[in-house]
Structure formats: C-alpha cells, structure tokens
Design a protein around this ligand. Sequence first.
Ligand code: SF4
Ligand code: SF4
Length: 440
Amino acid sequence: MKPLLTFTKGGVHPPEFKAQTAGLGIEVMPVPQELQLILGQHIGAPCTPTVGKRDEVKEGGIIGEVTKGLGVPLHSPVDGKIKDIGTSTHPLRMSVPSITISVAEDASAPVYEKQDWHNIDKAELLKKVHAAGVIGVGGAGFPTHVKLNPPSSSPVDTLLLNGAECEPYITADHRQMLENTEDIIEGAKIILKILGISKCYIGIESNKPDAIEKMSAAAQAGSGNGYTIEVQPLQVKYPQGSEKQLIEAITGRKVPAMALPSAVGVVVQNVATAKAVYDAAVFGKPLYEKVVTIAGKGIKRPANLLVKVGTRIGDIVDYLGGLQPGLTKVIMGGPMMGFAISSLEVPVTKTTSALLFLTEDEVDTRPHSQCIRCGWCLDACPMGLEPKEIGIFVEAGKAEDTAPFGVFDCFECGSCAYVCPAKRPLVQFIRMAKMKAKRP
Ligand code: SF4
Ligand code: SF4
C-alpha cells in the first residue's frame, strides 16, 4: 500500500465506533405514508413551492424552484398529493418552510433511461447536475453545479473525491464505496469532463481497507482515455474529511484563510455526491434519496438505510424497531459536527449523513468549568486558531472582539471542545461569536 498521508496541523483521534454499522449493507427503507420536504435543503435562499395544496405530484417531479440567488430545484421523492405547505422543525433554524406530501398507495417508481454521458458536452452535463438538484451531500449543501464551474481566475487542475468519512459512527460513505463503486468512479469521470481536467485522487482513511481495495481496482479500470484516477490512502485523523485538511493531506497545497479550494487549483466533492452526479448525468435522476447511518446504543436495530429525502426520524425509528432504554441524546450528523435534536418530527434532508441515538454511557454530560489555560485546544485546532480566547471573550460579553482570534476561519470541527479537560462548549461559544463579531 502507498504511504498514508495526512494534514500537518492539529487534529484529534476520537474513538471510531464504526463497527456497529460498517458491516451492514445498504438497506432500502419502505416509503412511509408521509414525507416532509424542507424547502431550504442547500446553502442559499430556500426554494419557492411550484405546487399548491392538494396538487398531485409524481416521483422526480419538481415541487420547488429557486427564484433568487444560488440554489437548485427540489423534487418529489414519491408519487402523491400535496397535503400541506407550511413549516417544519429544523435542527438548526427551529422552524423552516416545508412541503408535506401524502404518499400515493399505488405509487410506481419511474423508469430512468440510461444515456451515454460520453456523448453529452460539458455545458449540458452541468445543466443536468443543476436540474437534478445535486448539492454537496457530505457537507454544508453547496450547489454542485456552482462548485463545478469555478471562476476562470482560479484555474483548477485536480479533483479530490472525499471518502475519508472521519466522523465517528458514520459508515454511509464506506458502504457506498463498497456497493456503488463503479457509479462513483463514473461520477468522478463526469466531473473531470465538466471541469475540463484529467486528474482525480480519492482520499480514503486506512480504517476502510476493503473500500481502499475495491475503489483502487475500479479507479485503475476507469483510468485511461485522458482520465487518471487514483486512490490515496490516508491516516485516520479527524477532521481529515474537511476540505482544507484533505487538500493539504493529498496535494500538500495550503488553502489561504477565507479562500476557496479553487484558489489552489482544487475542487473537492464527496464520494456520495459523485454518485449523485452519475445518477443525474446518466439517468437524469434527481437527487431525492439519501444513504443514512443509524447508529448508537439507543436504537434497537442500527442500519445503513437508503431513505427518501423528507422521511421523518420518527418513521425511521419505528422501522428499526424503536428506541432502547437509556436514550440520552439524538444527533443529526456525527458526534463531532452534528446537531442535537429534540424532536423526532425532524425530516431527513439531502445533507443528512447520520442519525445517532446515544445512551448515557455514550455521551459526556459533565458540566463545564473555567478555562485552566492548558493550551490543548490550540494544539488540537487544525486551523491554528485560539478557541480558548474566543470562549473567554464570549463569556466576558465581548463576543464582538473575537475576530483577531480567527473566529471566521473556524469551520466548527469540534476538535478543540473534544480535547478540552474543562469540557468547555467551545463550538457554541464560537457560533455565538460569529453572530456578533464583524468580519475583518
Ligand atoms: S472548532 Fe474551530 S476553533 Fe475549534 S478546533 Fe475546529 S476549527 Fe479550531
Ligand atoms: S483546552 Fe479548555 S481548558 Fe485548556 S486552554 Fe483550551 S479552553 Fe482552556
């Protein structure tokens, strides 16, 4: 195997907890009676509904369009009827506009015809990615067609596919790399064609040796005809899957503060997004399903589930046999960067990668105390920031003065909070500081 690469500054090694689901193949969850689709699935303004109450909708049909700014259309994941256009509970924004669909009992899945993407020019491929509502499904939900069309002032020469999946518990990308291997490689080639470049590296951490082996063989078979695709094994270190750390680990290039990866000639896409690009370009299939890891001791039956976007967490819990005694916390996403949720009414979105049902012994509930100035958070921060100072300033009511400590370079990875012996809620402090401090 090639030498394992990693990024240089900071990083932590939380327990992986992946064994619970890593061996569980992707299982298709039956469609529940109702879906609830949040209109703001991506970064940017939410979609405006293009349907009205009681309208009939078909699987794959558009139900929301972007009328201003960045964004992509939203599609119905099922045949059904619009039950309501109202609001839905959201883990971050409390209440957001949403569309509720009653699923038709006699629904039949549409047939998507396979097309040879080699015969489609890059402008048309880009249009297909946009029309299919593809966004970065592994992260913040940035519209993919925008990322694949970088400014001419920042020429790109390298595509990185992110298969690091460095968050504890989550194995959804691992399973996709094992089960949708060729689709991901084809997706990478489609992205290379759109970008007009030839080189792609796929970064996978060494705790997924089966994925490294399978993806390496497929990458080799898929290379040629102007494309070079190579798997790069990585050390296991959090937050390796964040863009800047992955770029440094694989290419050695350092993205300057506040700049985008294209500033150093790189575009990063998640492996699951490459699969969505493949579905969009080859089948014209919109993005309305998601592979989600359901894990933790608080759920009866852990799983990697393929669910329709809009499936409520409560329906997933029912399907998996219910909750276990001692459930203490439910997290949407991973334990490092995810968000605690207080209602099982919250629906899955295009960016949901995991739902964790954690019991008392899986959660640290000790109260936080004063900073003892040990400096561990500084050592852990992959961005070289000063989280301890940000926390102290926020507690002192001086959140607006935190910009000099790099608050706007923080991508909320949680490494600082993870190592803090005083259990200080440093990420919450940082989020508060971001709201009040002025950008330099
Ligand atoms: S959450 Fe922010 S400050 Fe803390 S380690 Fe991560 S990047 Fe650094
Ligand atoms: S790790 Fe915690 S206690 Fe140590 S300096 Fe940072 S904030 Fe203070």
